[in-house]
Write a protein that binds this ligand. Structure first.
Ligand code: XIL
Length: 360
């Protein structure tokens, strides 16, 4: 009896004395979901440490690649659900808000999707049918399980005009309402979103506001708009970003920060004619041996400023999702230049939480 109480007392002292470990999804629980894009190694569970971080810190997940059309629907009559099924099971097992990404996108587009057997674009009627089959099959499979879908991804360019994607070339502006209609018919309870990068710029802002209002006027379901938030040390302008956030929220839909990361590598003019010199390589990949303390401090300050902006508008934002868990896994290590060492995410290569988050 006595021994047990001594042990209990000791345990109490130790647990009081230890600094409390921060858990992101708890820290921001009354503000928004904290999400992460998850990759194949995490879905399969081979990245054991990555999975641990996901379970501990994140209340939402989005598929980084496995639901894109080239992965999930590589041939007209072939669907590959293996990984997507596991992704959804992972989210359910861990009680997470599950996002499907993405139904209609010009990039990572299945090679057959918009072409006929001669290699020409299909007719509008054929493309409508293909979009309908694609969306209906996928959304129905995960009906009641995937909570929200990025229905249309990256449809608008900087100046506010429609991206000249095959979807736009074949169907014109109608491809967006059609995609929303098909998705809603397949799962009337699923949330449906638009999603794009560079949402701070005026052109995109104005066109998306118009598109949202148009969908609403037609009585189509639209729950939210994703601001991807792939950031750098000198972009976006947070004032412009906030202006867009407010304009989107003004339409009545939710705003989501959907693909948050911040490259620490300065923008380099990749068109320079010194491309092969050592100096140029160093300029392209300046932090291959580690992030200098002053750059890290600047990065953390900028990330803190963005999180503070999200918190300021937490009443309009339902989810803040990072595009990956830890730096080693980020797509930014290979984009826009392959094989670099970048530091864009919430956890570093040793799976330590970045300092700015500890301030909350
Ligand atoms: C990226 C993935 O992270 C990479 O693994 C893949 O090679 C290319 O696509 N906008 C999006 C995401 O909507 O789907 C992209 O994801 C990043 C930019």
């Amino acid at each position: 009896m006595k021994r047990i109480s001594i042990i209990a007392a000791l345990a109490a002292v130790i647990s009081c004395g230890a600094p409390e470990e921060k858990v992101l999804k708890d820290t921001f629980a009354d503000k928004f979901y904290i999400g992460a894009a998850i990759n194949e190694a995490e879905i399969r569970g081979t990245d054991v440490e990555g999975v641990e971080l996901l379970k501990k810190h994140f209340s939402s997940i989005v598929a980084e690649n496995c639901m894109k059309s080239e992965e999930i629907h590589p041939e007209e009559n072939v669907y590959n659900f293996e990984l997507a099924d596991k992704f959804v099971e992972f989210g359910e097992a861990n009680d997470m808000f599950i996002i499907g990404h993405c139904l209609i996108w010009h990039s990572q587009l299945a090679p057959w999707f918009v072409y006929d057997e001669k290699g020409d674009f299909v007719t509008p009627e054929v493309l409508k049918q293909r979009m309908k089959d694609h969306i209906t099959t996928i959304v129905t499979r995960y009906k009641g399980r995937v909570d929200g879908w990025d229905v249309v991804n990256e449809a608008i360019v900087e100046d506010g005009s429609y991206r000249n994607s095959p979807f736009y070339q074949i169907l014109g502006e109608e491809f967006i309402p059609l995609a929303f209609q098909y998705a809603h018919e397949a799962d009337p309870d699923a949330e449906l979103y638009l999603n794009d990068y560079g949402q701070n710029v005026k052109g995109r802002r104005e066109t998306y506001v118009k598109i949202i209002k148009d969908l609403q006027a037609r009585g189509l379901r639209i729950d939210g708009i994703g601001m991807q938030a792939h950031m750098g040390m000198d972009y976006p302008d947070f004032g412009e970003f906030e202006e867009s956030l407010l304009a989107f929220a003004g339409t009545g839909v939710n705003v989501m920060i959907t693909e948050w990361d911040m490259s620490a590598i300065p923008t380099v003019n990749t068109g320079a004619n010194v491309a092969d010199t050592e100096e140029y390589k160093k300029a392209l990949d300046p932090y291959a041996d580690g992030l200098p303390a002053e750059v890290s401090a600047e990065w953390n300050a900028r990330m803190k400023a963005s999180m503070d902006l999200f918190l300021k508008h937490a009443d309009k934002i339902t989810r803040v999702t990072a595009w990956g868990v830890s730096d080693g896994d980020s797509w930014k290590n290979d984009w826009p230049v392959e094989g670099r060492t970048d530091y864009p995410l919430l956890f570093d290569r040793n799976l330590e939480m970045k300092p700015f988050l500890k301030e909350y």
